[in-house]
Write a protein that binds this ligand. Structure first.
Ligand code: PGA
Ligand code: ZN
Length: 441
């Protein structure tokens, strides 16, 4: 260990995958080592998330970050100078205290999360270890099961369909790299299918196809077909995973489906999702109800939690106390971990630990607005999360993360154990599994 006290902090404006301004922070230590990180940005955000500081006004749709950068270069730099970068908990506590608001609205969640992650990178570099190894210490690591978007919808695709993410998971793959190979084939097959049907439009915010579907069910049919077209077995080799992101179209127990022009109550939405679970090989479902529908979450998990992973995203906002409450009420059985929802690395870790303690599935996740920053790839491995959600299998802000995990897998060699089905303890296969032969990859 060398002298890892913080000598300097520098915030600069860079641009994210939607062409919007965001915050990059570079931390330099007294020993000359530095670390750097960039804040991501959500589009379908939970109301309980840390809040980004944006300038408002005319420039860049009001999304500029000059005030957030002034905070990094001014008060944050002054508060952290001479602090020990190895003391991540102390650094993060200092950031939270300096901000002084419950949702980081004074300094901005964007300024705080970029600073927190940059300090983490500097500390790992100073220790001479890759970030995932620095995080893991002597603890076990597993290669995460990737959750990869094929079709985008909801807020990321002008609400063409209500469901936000139609994704796949390949738990029967033998390794992380094989899971990516299978997904690459499904992504290609889905593209070919959409082209053939003349439905292809463009790609949504996270790189998934954005076809002109006429219903949510059409997307589910197409995805199941795309899996079969590769020779892999839906539900056995490759499962479907959905992010309903129901807060985007529901509140106060009323859910308005844009395509059908129908409004459902909580019980009707649960029934509709239940029919999907019966009809399609769905292994995981995220935010099936809106963030304000806690009774709905409990009802859904009571009914389906023994056959499917049920993830809280907007509902839990990477908050340890909310995870603990959901564990005691039985509202979900898995938690999404987005560092910028929490605001600091330490709070994200606390939420992940609360999830593990409850026996939940834990999924480290990107945001819809991303960059070349690959911190979450290291968090997923180093924290032994079991699952990683990054968006689709196209566009470099997504591929940078998948590719980083491949490098980690190679570095681990024979010790690169793949999470596979162990990451999905709640999934029980139902009758819909097709019997086609597993393809030899
Ligand atoms: P967001 O959505 O990053 O746009 O908030 C991602 C998700 O809901 O998982
Ligand atoms: Zn979500």
């Amino acid at each position: 260990m060398t002298d890892a006290t913080i000598a300097n902090l520098h915030g600069r404006r860079v641009w994210d995958s939607r062409g919007r301004p965001t915050v990059e922070v570079e931390v330099t230590l007294a020993n000359g080592v530095s670390g750097r990180a960039i804040a991501p940005a959500g589009a379908s955000m939970g109301t309980g998330e840390a809040v980004d500081l944006r300038d408002g006004g005319n420039a860049f749709g009001g999304l500029d970050v000059t005030n957030a950068l002034a905070g990094v270069n001014g008060p944050i730099a002054s508060a952290l100078r001479a602090k020990d970068a190895y003391d991540q908990a102390g650094i993060d506590a200092a950031l939270v205290e300096l901000d002084g608001t419950p949702n980081l609205s004074r300094l901005g969640g964007n300024a705080v999360v970029a600073t927190s992650m940059a300090v983490l990178h500097a500390a790992a570099a100073s220790s001479g270890q890759p970030l995932w190894r620095y995080l893991a210490g002597d603890g076990p690591v597993r290669m995460p099961l990737p959750e990869i978007q094929i079709f985008g919808g909801g807020a990321h695709a002008a609400r063409r369909v209500d469901v936000q993410d139609f994704m796949v998971m390949c738990p029967s793959a033998g390794s992380f790299s094989e899971a990516l190979e299978w997904t690459a084939e499904v992504y290609r097959a889905a593209g070919a299918l959409m082209k053939q049907a003349d439905k292809l439009q463009g790609v949504a915010d996270e790189g998934g196809y954005w076809p002109a579907f006429d219903s949510n069910e059409e997307a589910l049919e197409a995805l199941t077909r795309a899996i079969s077209d590769t020779g892999l077995r839906p539900g056995k080799d490759v499962g479907i995973s959905l992010d309903i992101a129901a807060s985007e179209f529901g509140r106060d127990g009323r859910y308005t489906l844009a395509l059908d022009g129908r409004t459902l109550d909580t019980a009707q939405l649960i029934d509709m999702l239940g029919r999907w679970l019966d009809a399609y090989p769905i292994v995981s479902i995220e935010d099936p109800l809106a963030e304000d529908d806690e009774p709905g979450f409990r009802q859904f998990t009571q009914t389906y939690g023994s056959r499917c992973q049920i993830i809280g995203d907007d509902f839990l906002v990477t908050n340890a106390a909310r995870v603990e409450a959901a564990a005691s009420s039985g509202a979900v059985n898995a938690v999404l971990i987005k560092p910028n929802q929490a605001g600091t690395v330490s709070e994200a870790l606390a939420a992940l630990r609360a999830g593990k303690k409850a026996g939940f599935g834990t999924i480290v996740s990107a945001r819809s607005g991303e960059t070349e920053d690959v911190t979450i790839a290291h968090l997923a491995v180093g924290w032994n999360a079991g699952q990683l959600k990054v968006g689709s299998f196209s566009r470099s802000e997504r591929m940078a993360k998948w590719n980083e995990v491949l490098r980690i897998e190679e570095a681990l060699g024979k010790q690169a154990l793949f999470s596979g089905w162990a990451a999905l303890p709640f999934y029980r296969a139902s009758a819909i599994d097709s019997g086609s032969a597993r393809r030899q990859c």
